[in-house]
Design a protein around this ligand. Structure first.
Ligand code: C2E
Ligand code: MG
Ligand code: MG
Ligand code: MG
Length: 299
């Protein structure tokens, strides 16, 4: 019996190894296909941006939007940014891709300002490679100049890991951008390991609390405690607080009770194409006001 068991284990081990090897090949295949198709998509201008509203907790008004990369490929179908960005970072596509995102987002916000007379700040996610590239500030300046967007209507979202990779460089670039009037925020806060004392020195304006914490605030005491602590820390540092991934009235009530400033999430709206966002905004503040009305008493 022992021999039989050993034999089975060996067989299984061998099979597992085969599966593993197969996974590696298909993963490598997938990556090279992605690389090839993405290069083409950028050249042929077949990428797009979706925009997700940010809502003021106190008034329920739309206070701005976050631009999020979308790519539907004929061969691969819908590919998510979580898959696109690492590939683009590895194969050097992130610079042209990032520049395209910046130009497109700035143009969108600028057009809305010209058409409606209303400012609509737009936030763009920035990869570490972009931040650390020496042409970064020039890319931002070009996107602003080309679109004629006032710098205070552009917000850059950087993750903690991006900021800690090269803190001196980050400090220098962020200071320059801040002096230009661009807004800066830390994205996915709580998931990285930024040195909290660094926060004090970085010229950032806002903290976005990661949605993994928001998921738990209603029924996980630890998550609730973390969010509470992050909000008080942010307040002490004079930072503006945004809660990501708010999906329920209960989560919104929690953030309202702690006096978070803004939220984003499916409760109000998923990220939507530019035209759909314009229609949503044109419907005006009624939608926003309804979402702001607390249906449940804060706990
Ligand atoms: P992120 O910047 O933290 O963006 C928020 C993500 O959460 C988005 O996913 C958004 O669709 C999703 N989300 C928003 N509200 C909810 C909600 O209520 N529930 C849930 N479950 N999810 C929600 P998405 O669009 O798939 O983007 C994923 C990440 O990819 C982004 O996370 C960002 O880090 C990165 N990314 C997206 N676009 C770009 C880009 O243009 N450049 C760079 N460098 N990164 C990007
Ligand atoms: Mg973001
Ligand atoms: Mg985030
Ligand atoms: Mg994220």
């Amino acid at each position: 019996h022992a021999d039989a068991a050993m034999y089975r284990a060996k067989q299984q081990g061998r099979n597992n190894f085969q599966f593993f090897a197969l996974d590696m090949t298909s993963e490598a295949d997938r990556r090279s296909t992605l690389e090839r198709r993405l290069t083409q998509a950028i050249e042929e201008d077949r990428l797009s941006l979706a925009y997700q509203p940010k809502i003021r907790v106190d008034s329920g008004e739309v206070s701005g939007v976050e631009a999020l990369l979308r790519w539907h490929d004929e061969e691969l179908g819908q590919v998510t940014p979580d898959e696109i960005i690492p590939v683009a970072e590895d194969c050097g596509l992130i610079l042209p891709l990032g520049a395209w995102v910046l130009r497109t987002a700035c143009r969108f916000s600028s057009e809305w300002l010209k058409e409606s007379g209303e400012p609509l700040p737009v936030a763009v996610n920035i990869s570490a490679i972009q931040l650390n590239h020496r042409g970064f500030v020039a890319t931002i300046e070009a996107a602003l100049a080309e679109s004629e967007l006032p710098p205070h209507l552009l917000e850059l979202e950087l993750t903690e890991s991006t900021l800690v990779q090269n803190p001196d460089r980050a400090l220098e670039v962020l200071s320059t951008l801040r002096n230009m009037g661009v807004l800066l925020s830390i994205d996915d806060f709580g998931t990285g390991y930024s040195n909290l004392t660094q926060l004090k020195y970085l010229p950032v304006d806002r903290l976005k609390i990661d949605r993994t914490f928001m998921q738990g605030v209603v029924d996980c005491e630890q998550d609730a405690a973390i969010v509470q602590a992050v909000i008080s820390l942010a307040r002490c540092l004079g930072l503006h607080i945004i809660a990501e991934g708010v999906e329920s009235e209960e989560q919104l009530a929690f953030i309202r009770q702690l006096q978070g400033h803004e939220y984003q999430g499916y409760l109000f709206s998923k990220p939507v194409p530019a035209e759909e966002l314009k229609a949503l905004l044109a419907k005006g503040h009624l939608v926003a006001a309804a979402a702001a009305e607390p249906r449940h008493a804060p706990r």
